[in-house]
Each structure stands twice: as structure tokens, then as C-alpha cells.
Write a protein that binds this ligand. Structure first.
Ligand SMILES: Nc1ncnc2c1ncn2[C@@H]1O[C@H](COP(=O)(O)OP(=O)(O)O)[C@@H](O)[C@H]1O
Ligand SMILES: [Mg+2]
Length: 362
């Protein structure tokens, strides 16, 4: 099986006057694991439907490989689709489920059987072919659905929140499995999720979406470490956000006046003195005590101190708002008590100053 590229060229989808997908352009590479990440209702499924051919864009083009897909129905596209609701046939044998698409295509029974066995081996269900789907666990059913989708040799596999019905442990286990399967098959995966953990752990690249638009596209590390908008900074991972105004810019560092005091952070290249901006700092980049290098200092009162296992979650009330700090297990924080005062600092290079913008969580 070989993956093909996907090109979205200024793709737009309107429902009446509502813009569900707004002028999206991007290219997915052959054999890439590409995720669309965004909150419910941001247009992810609509994009998948346009790639699979169940919907035609209101404007723009979808190409698979070099081929424009306009007017080509779902059955004639080199794509296969997996939903959250797997739609397996519970009373059919596992191998018959896997071979179902081949039967429809007129492949004879011996060849179907052979192909089903190969695929079941690939998804680590060898020798389970004679069981009924109803006898399998949730994770095994998920693998049957993947084998069935791969049976018709798609060059693009489209997955719409396929893990969201599973419990947490299984979901985390299936992440690694899906990633491995993608590598093994070389098929292009387009994965849709509202779960940042899934997108970050599995993808080669992620497109972060909000209200029908792409906010940012990049590798998991780019998206996590260098969010380009206030939305990305707050939707992907936890962040403390301090809105204010830029009062000085010095090389890479911007100073911003906020109701929490004057704070310093790495700036984005467009940041200018006088601009409204937001300083973001992740809970794990904050520490107790003033930052020695910079004067980043917020005097707060401890609201809660919760042991999470690997770290302690400190929620503190500052002059203007609450902030969250993750203290590593062995950090000495004797003397920090609920209701008591605590000073919090962070290195300017650990914080990011971005233009004012809509946030995912206030
Ligand atoms: N067939 C449709 N008719 C009208 N509105 C739709 C239709 N399909 C989706 N929408 C709307 O478009 C927006 C995006 O939907 P969808 O792509 O399903 O989002 P997501 O998958 O990101 O949750 C939503 O506001 C949804 O209500
Ligand atoms: Mg959806």
C-alpha cells in the first residue's frame, strides 16, 4: 500500500450563510500522519467529508495525488473512512467483517480469506478470524475496523475521532498502535480529534483549527513550544495568560504591563511597543521565588496545593487573576501552605508574548 498526497486549495464549505470551513489551503504529504485538532464544531468532520467525497466544497479544490477530485464520488476515491461508531457487523465473523469490502468488489472467497488473514496479522489479531465481533474487546474491535478499512487498499485513511468511545487506558494504548500501523502500512493518515494529547503523540504534523480556519500548522513540538496565536497557546496544553500592553522591546524580549505587574517574555516578531498583547507561561515553566535573571515576580496567595503524583499542582491568587504552577516532585516547597503567601517567578525565555486574540479558555 502506498500513501498519496492530499491538497486542499482554498477549500470553503458554506451551509446557508454559515461558513463551516473558511478558505483552507494545505498539503498533506504521502505517507504522513496528519491531524486536524480543534474544539467541537470547528469544521473538522466537514473537511474529512470533502476529502472522502461525501460533500463537495462550496469553493476551492480537493486533490488526491495530482488528481482533482471534483465530481468523483466516495466509492471512486482512493480513501477509506473510520468513525467513532465503528459500524462493524457484530454477528459476522471477524474475518468476514474484514473482507466485507472485498466481497462487494467481487473478489472470490479464497482470495478474501487470504487477504483477511494477512490484515488480521498486521493488526495483531492473527487466529482471531473465526470469532464473532461481539466476542472481542473494544480495542480488538477497533483493530478489526482498521483492518477492514485497509482491506480495499486505500492510499488515504481518514479517521474521525476513532478513539473517543474507548476508556482512557485503552485510548492511550491505541495511540501507539495506530501510529505503528500507519508506519507499517505507509498509508497517508488524516486523523481528526479534539484531544490534544492524541494529536501531539501520534502526528507528524498538526493543523490546529478554530471556527472553520487553520490557526497554525506544524509539528507537535512547534505547535506546543511555539504557538502562533492566543487560541493555540490556550487550546494546546495548559497556559497561564496575562493580558496587557507592550511597554518595551529589547531584542527577543518584550516587557508587558499587566494587572499582575510588569512581566517579561520572548516576543513574536510582529510585537511592537504599545501593542495590546498577552503573555503566556506554562504551569511547568513557573517556579517558586522571583526569577533571578529578570524580575519576573508575581506575589500571590495559595488557594490550593494538590499532589498529582509526578508533580504538585499549585493554584494561586495573584493581584488580578489565578495562576497555576506545576512543582516537580522533589522541589522543596516547605513553608508553602494553603492561604499563605507565595512568590512565583519564571524565566523570560520560558514565556511567550503574543498579539491579543481570542483564547480557547478564559
Ligand atoms: N450538513 C450540515 N448542515 C448545516 N450545518 C452543518 C452541517 N454539517 C455541519 N454543520 C455545522 O458546521 C459546523 C462544523 O461542523 P463539523 O465539521 O461537524 O465540526 P467538528 O467535526 O469539528 O465538530 C458546526 O457548526 C455544524 O453544526
Ligand atoms: Mg466531528
Amino acid at each position: 500500500m502506498d500513501g498519496q498526497s492530499i491538497t486542499l486549495d482554498r477549500v470553503t464549505m458554506r451551509f446557508g450563510t454559515f461558513l463551516a470551513v473558511d478558505d483552507v489551503s494545505l498539503q498533506v504529504q504521502p505517507g504522513e500522519f496528519f491531524s486536524f485538532l480543534g474544539p467541537s464544531g470547528c469544521g473538522k468532520t466537514t473537511i474529512l467529508r470533502m476529502i472522502s467525497g461525501f460533500m463537495e466544497p462550496s469553493a476551492g479544490r480537493v486533490l488526491i495525488g495530482d488528481k482533482d477530485m471534483a465530481g468523483i464520488g466516495p466509492n471512486r476515491r482512493p480513501t477509506a473512512l473510520i468513525f467513532q461508531n465503528l459500524a462493524l457487523f457484530p454477528l459476522m465473523k471477524v474475518w468476514e467483517n474484514v473482507a466485507f469490502g472485498l466481497e462487494v468488489r467481487g473478489v472470490d472467497k479464497a482470495a478474501r480469506r487470504r487477504r483477511a488473514n494477512e490484515l488480521l496479522e498486521m493488526v495483531a489479531l492473527a487466529n482471531q478470524g473465526e470469532k464473532l465481533v461481539s466476542e472481542l474487546s473494544g480495542g480488538q474491535r477497533q483493530r478489526v475496523a482498521i483492518a477492514r478499512a485497509l482491506a480495499v487498499e486505500p492510499s488515504v485513511l481518514l479517521l474521525d475521532e476513532p478513539l473517543s468511545a474507548l476508556d482512557l487506558k485503552l485510548r492511550q494504548h491505541m495511540r501507539a498502535e495506530l501510529r505503528m500501523l500507519q508506519r507499517r502500512t505507509g498509508v497517508t493518515f488524516v486523523y481528526i480529534t479534539h484531544d490534544q494529547g492524541e494529536a501531539l503523540t501520534m502526528s507528524d504534523r498538526i493543523a490546529v483549527m478554530s471556527s472553520g480556519r487553520i490557526e497554525q500548522m506544524g509539528t507537535p513540538s512547534e505547535v506546543y513550544n511555539h504557538p502562533s496565536t492566543a487560541f493555540c497557546a490556550t487550546f494546546v496544553g495548559e497556559n497561564n495568560a496575562f493580558p496587557g500592553r507592550v511597554v518595551a522591546v529589547d531584542g527577543e524580549i518584550a516587557a508587558i504591563d499587566t494587572p499582575m505587574g510588569r512581566l517579561f517574555g520572548r516576543r513574536d516578531s510582529a510585537t511592537r511597543e504599545g501593542d495590546p498583547a498577552i503573555l503566556f507561561v506554562r504551569p511547568e515553566r513557573c517556579h517558586l521565588g522571583e526569577a533571578s535573571s529578570s524580575g519576573n515576580r508575581i506575589d500571590t496567595r495559595v488557594i490550593r496545593l494538590d499532589l498529582e503524583g509526578a508533580y504538585t499542582n499549585l493554584v494561586a491568587e495573584g493581584p488580578d487573576r489565578e495562576l497555576t504552577v506545576h512543582l516537580s516532585g522533589d522541589a522543596g516547597f516547605a513553608g508553602v501552605a494553603e492561604g499563605g503567601p507565595v512568590t512565583i517567578g519564571f524565566d523570560p525565555m520560558a514565556a511567550l508574548v503574543l498579539p491579543e486574540g481570542r483564547m480557547a479558555r478564559a
